[in-house]
Design a binder for this molecule. Structure first.
Ligand code: UDX
Length: 435
């Protein structure tokens, strides 16, 4: 079976690498020549633990190849996975230009029957339209069917999430397509959910939006905890013993970011509105998250009146630990606000600095250790719960900062530790510690 994967971002590249790892022959197509050359050397264009090794191993074993020559790659493929991005448009809807771009290339290149599998997150009904579009644009008289196969990987654990997925969802309209995808995934030995294309598309959005909603819910409860004198960490622990609730995605903080939750909540909300239905829970999740981002900085502005001229340490830039991705990271609007307020910002992140420099090449001093960010600072903000940051205990903040005032947007530290260290410590959903 010849498998081709279009797009070498998170979804495409991890899919390609993992399919080759279980023994398939896979070609990954990307338009960027430079990227292709790097991947051939086992250098991943994205930061993802374990991916470099997987690329190198499978490339050397002759199972995985990379090319910019899409025509040659697609023409005799049995299965083509589409794993390109579906970014957010201004109005919140999903931008499908890259998906359709690939669909056009496929239609123009195919010389034999092929199953096209859409892995990109696309609005419900898109698979039907892509199939129509490919059939209308075919150059040769071949049989083409489109199937939906959404991806559930998280950044930072993408390889593990794919090789040991909790479930594989396939949305098909024929037994033939189901049979091909069963064969593709045979060696993964994971539960298969087989449904129609529209349900598969919906499973992806509903899963992501449910998780986003869970985070917004716990964040609202955290905000209320602060008002009524309860502790969100204990509350979440108490809730988690109920199997129906579970212990995941109950971590309160300054909101969710990343390439999926913000975009997929808005896209489903938009899609519902387009069908004349208001998706109230998802709308609430979006609103709560927007507000939550600025929770810490609002407290700081209240505490100091003005942040002008203050030396501010920013700890953590990426939207979560384990990735260099800054998409929708709460750090971005917060740093913008700090700069607008006239603060002097010194920032630390173990892997996100190079990407952040593209947004803020000047205006910020970047340092390579958390201690260097907090040294002589008047205020410290924790935006990402990296281990490298959590390892710095609060006594060090006390020693190094001018006057230790800490806003921990990810509840990295115990309140007892804050009391012992004698720092002024504000977190999410817990009582303030005033030294
Ligand atoms: C997510 C989904 O988990 C994945 O299944 C989907 O395919 C893509 O979107 P990802 O964006 O990589 O993956 O990260 P995830 O670990 O889910 O975290 C998303 C955001 O939620 C992060 O900003 C994280 O900090 C935040 N989060 C997560 C919380 O604030 N609290 C939690 O309890 C969990």
């Amino acid at each position: 079976m010849k498998i081709v994967v279009a797009g070498t971002g998170y979804v495409g590249l991890v899919t390609g690498a993992c399919l080759s790892h279980v023994g398939h022959k896979v070609t990954c197509v990307d338009i960027d020549e430079n990227k292709v050359e790097k991947m051939k050397k086992g250098i991943s264009p994205i930061y993802e633990p374990g991916l470099d090794q997987l690329l190198k191993e499978n490339f050397e074993a002759g199972r995985l190849d990379f090319t910019t020559d899409y025509k040659n790659a697609y023409k005799d493929a049995d299965v083509i996975f589409i794993g390109v991005g579906t970014p957010e448009r201004e109005d919140g809807s999903a931008n499908l230009q890259y998906v359709y771009g690939v669909a056009k290339q496929i239609a123009e290149s195919l010389e034999k029957d092929c199953l096209v599998v859409v892995k990109s997150t696309v609005p419900i009904g898109t698979n039907d339209k892509i199939e129509e579009y490919i059939l209308e644009n075919l150059k040769e008289k071949v049989k083409v069917e489109v199937a939906s196969n959404p991806e559930f990987l998280s950044q930072g654990t993408a390889v593990k999430d794919t090789l040991r997925a909790k479930r594989i969802v396939i949305g098909v309209e024929s037994k033939e397509a189901e049979g091909i995808l069963r064969e593709v995934y045979e060696r993964f030995n994971q539960p298969l959910v087989v449904t129609n294309r529209r349900s598969a598309e919906m499973i992806k959005y509903a899963s992501n939006d449910f998780l986003a909603l869970k985070i917004s819910f716990i964040n609202e409860i955290a905000n209320l905890c602060e008002v009524v004198g309860a502790d969100i960490e204990d509350v979440a622990t108490g809730m988690s013993y109920d199997d129906r609730i579970g212990n995941k995605f109950l971590k309160a903080g300054i909101g969710y970011g990343g390439s999926c939750f913000p975009k997929d909540t808005k896209a489903l909300h938009w899609l519902a509105a387009d069908h004349g239905y208001e998706l109230k829970t998802v709308k609430a999740s979006i609103e709560v998250n927007e507000n939550q981002k600025f929770r810490m900085i609002r407290k700081a502005i209240q505490r100091f009146d003005s942040l002008k001229g203050l030396k501010v340490a920013v700890l953590g830039l990426t939207f979560k630990p384990g990735t260099d991705d800054l998409r929708e990271s709460p750090s971005i609007p917060n740093v913008r606000r700090l700069i607008e307020e006239g603060a002097e910002v010194r920032a630390y992140d173990p892997v996100g600095v190079d990407n952040f420099k593209r947004i803020y090449p000047k205006d910020i001093e970047y340092v390579s250790a958390p201690e260097d960010a907090i040294r002589d600072a008047d205020v410290a903000f924790v935006f990402t719960e990296w281990d490298e940051i959590k390892q710095v205990n609060l006594k060090r903040y006390k020693e190094l900062m001018n006057k230790p005032v800490i806003y921990d947007g990810r509840n990295c530290y115990d309140l007892d530790e804050a009391v012992d260290a004698g720092v002024e410590y504000y977190s999410v959903g817990r009582k303030d510690i005033i030294a």
